[in-house]
Write a protein that binds this ligand. Sequence first.
Ligand code: PLP
Length: 443
Amino acid sequence: MNPYPKSSQILENNRRYIPGGVVSTNRAANPEIVFVKGEGAYLWDAEGNRYIDYHAAFAPHFLGHNDPHVTEAVRRVLADGASLYGSGTTVLEGRLAELVCRHVPAIEAVQFLNTGSEASYQAIRLARAITGRDHIIVMQGGYNGWHNDVSCNLMTPLEQLGPRVSPGEYPYKPISAGVPLDHQRLVHPINFNDLASVEYVCQKYPVAALITEPILQNIGIVKPEAGYLEGLRKLADRFGFLLVFDEVKTGFRHGLAGYAGIAGVKPDLAVYGKAVANGYPIALLGGKKEWMDWTIHPEASKRVLIAGTYNAHPVPTAAAIATIERLLMNSGEVYRHVEALGTAMQNGLEALVTKLGIKAVVARQGSAFCLYFMDHCPSDWHDLASNHQFAIDEQMRRELIARQIYCFPLATKQCSISTAHTREDIETTLQHIAVVLEKVSAQ
Ligand SMILES: Cc1ncc(COP(=O)(O)O)c(C=O)c1O
């Protein structure tokens, strides 16, 4: 019997007008549950079931759904009569820019866009303009958005990828049809944590930029090894390419200064999205002033166009200001809270897999974690794809959803704790995971 009849009805109706019934193809999920409400750490579906949410809409809701402080700021800005004027600057965008530049050491100057994809697109365009080069390096297993330069080589099946290559590059494997072949030859996917491959590509091609998430968080939590990010910085300086950190998932979630702040490595450019406004659509591109000033370069032929009807729309801008204010309250208390919850989750999971004799490890950074069914934390996609038991991972997620613990039902997707989660939520979750893992390990 279908446990989600109301969801099925909504989806069936939407399929008449929207191909597949869903507006972002990445959101198509099985089981096909339609959510109708989100508050704090919880989601409610159309049937009225309440879930503890670890999906967080692919990670923006670091403060939980509909955080009262952020919601109040949005209400206020609308009540004040703010609108999208579309001419000249605004007080709000100046306030947000000042906050960002004051609290993110890697960002001396900033521009606002609507989505992470727009921000990564503009970062690459800026790097090409500044260096006068066209080639870029991306990470196999990284995700930086939907546009032609980066919509490739995410969870590429090993049959398509071939054996591990190092030093060297992987073939460009688009995750979308319609990427021109001429474009594909400019993009060089390599292993994460592999400095030798960066050097290899730089010796063969004029590289404008290397773009990477400082932690690969679209295939779980794949962390940089000691010295890797520092090594990227040195290679960028040696070969003259721009180092671009994609902090769309790491930014604000692991600290206002992003993972760059934790690692102590300064990129040339950084892009943030998602948690910037706790679920409202805004992204930012920032970095060294010298580079950002190319958007107002005195020579028209060198000037990089930054444009967008909705850039710094007052609603997400007010939401972003309120989010930063909230993150700064009580000297960053929210970060201590999620670290404690993350530690409890990690300890609980590790105790469970040890007790049940399951080959699994927990990878975690603060509030973001992933359980890998392999004997070590992966260092890159090839390692992960060669060793992780994907079927068990997916089964665990489906069983948890049936128990109203919502992790996205796709293997290796990051689980996100929010500041709205409580100790009790973590305990309840661990109790359900215990039952599910016992079932999985008995098979
Ligand atoms: C690391 C990273 N960069 C960029 C993007 C693209 O952001 P958006 O979906 O807002 O365009 C995403 C989205 O998941 C992401 O995870």
